[in-house]
Design a protein around this ligand. Sequence first.
Ligand code: BGC
Length: 511
Amino acid sequence: MAGGAFVATDGGRQYEGEVTAFVLVTCFVAAMGGLLFGYDLGITGGVTSMEPFLIKFFPSVYKQMKDESGHDSQYCKFDNQLLTLFTSSLYLAALVASFIASITTRLLGRKPSMFIGGLFFLVGALLNGFAINIEMLIIGRLLLGLGVGYCNQSVPVYLSEMAPAKIRGALNMGFQMMITVGILIANLINYETSKHENGWRISLGVGAVPAILLCVGSLFLGDTPNSLIERGQHENAKKMLQKIRGTKNVEEEFQDLIEACEQAKKVEHPWKNIVQKKYRPQLTFCSLIPFFQQLTGINVIMFYAPVLFKTLGFGNEASLMSAVISGGVNVVATFVSIFTVDKFGRKFLFLEGGVQMFICQIAVGGMIAAKFGISGEGSLTKGEANLLLFLICAYVAAFAWSWGPLGWLVPSEICSLETRSAGQAINVGVNMLFTFCIAQVFLTMLCHLKFGLFFFFAGFVAIMTIFIVLFFPETKNVHIEEMNRVWKSNWFWAKFIPDEDVSSYEHNTSH
Ligand code: BGC
C-alpha cells in the first residue's frame, strides 16, 4: 500500500505457466497484510466516536462533547491532542518500521517480514482490545504501526514476485483494493459494535483474526524465487518457480530472474543515484505524489468521518452508517480504477479525479458555511444531510479511482532498477509522514479553520491537478526502459535528461 514496490520489468516477455491454486492461496494470505492496513486505517474513526470508549480513556473530550454551554464552538468539540495521537501514532511507527523492514525483507526474505508484521499486528490488536489504560492503547497502536510498516514493505513485493507477469499490474491495484476492503470491514464492525457497551473492545480486538491468518499462513508459505536467488539458494528457487508456475518448463524465466538479480546487486548506491540530475523526475514524483495524495484530505474522511458527521449533528447510528456508505463507495470506485487505468491512462484519471474532488470539496465547505457559519451552531434538514453525504461519497469515489491507487502505482512504474529501492522508500516514507501529520492536526484544524478546512484541501487539489497537467507525462503502456524518452518529451523534464540516455535505449532496442 499500500507501498507497492513492484518489480514488474519482464520486458513484456511471456513465460510458460498459469495462475496456479498454490499462487492463489499464497496471494490470499499475503493480501491479509493489505486488509490489516485498511482495517487499522478505518477502525479508529468509529471507535473515537463511541461514548463508552471516550468516557474510559478520554473523559475530558467526552465532557467537552456533552457541554451545551456554548463555551466551545461546535467545530472544537473533539479537539484533543491525545485523542489524535491515538489515531496518528500508528503512522509514525509505520514510517520507522518501513525503513527497517526494507533491510529484513532483503536479507531474510519476504516471508519472515510478513510473519514479523503479522506478529506485530496480533500483539497490537490484543493490547488494544484488552486495554485498561491509555498507555496500552498507544503502545498497541505503535505495534500495529510496526505491523503496517513491515507488511507494506514485504507484501506488495511478495505478491508481484509470486504472480505471473500478466496479472502483476492487476495485483498492484489488488493491494489497494484490499486496503479499501479492510476499511469497509472496519466501518461495518464499528456500526455493529457501537450498539454494545464494550463494543469498542471487539472493534479493536478483531484485527487479531486476519493477523493470525497472516502469521500462520506465512509460516507455511514459501519464499519467492527472487528472494531465494538473492540469498544464493538457486536450487530451491528453481523448485519454487516450477511449483508456482505449475510447469517444469521455467528455464527462461529462471535465467531472467538470475540476471535481474545480478543487475540489482550492481546497483550499489540507489540513494546516490536518485539525487543525480537525470533522475530529477523520479525524485520529484516519488516525493510529491505521496505528499499530494495525503493533501487531498482523504484521510480526514477515512479517520474521522463518524466524528465529522457527529459534529454536523448526525446521530450516533447515522454517523456510523454514513461511514459504512462512504467505505462501500471507496471499494466500488477502486474497482472502476482497476478496469480503466490501462484504457484511459493515468493522466486522465488524475485529472478527472482532481476536478471532481475539487467541486465536491467546495460544495461541502460552502454548504457547511451556509448552514453552520463561524459559530458551528445550526442543523441540517434530512434532505440537506443526504446531499452532504452524497457529496462526500462523490469525493471519495473520485479519490478512489485516481490518487488512491495511482499514488502507489505511478511511483513504482517510473523507477528503474538504479533508483527503485530509494524511490519506493521515499514514497512510503513521505506517505506515512503526511498521513501522520493529517491525522494529528485535523481536529485542531477543524477547530480553527472551521468550514474553511474544506477550502484548504480544495486549494491543494487544484494545485496538484495543475501540477499533473504541466509535469506529468502519460505512463500508460510505457515500458520502464522507455521512460527517458517520455521525460524528454515533456517541456520541463527534457532539460534534465541527457540526449545519450534516450538514444542508447533506441540503440538497444534496434538490436
Ligand atoms: C492511501 C491511504 C488512504 C486509502 C483510502 C490509500 O491509497 O494511501 O492513506 O486511507 O487510500 O482508501
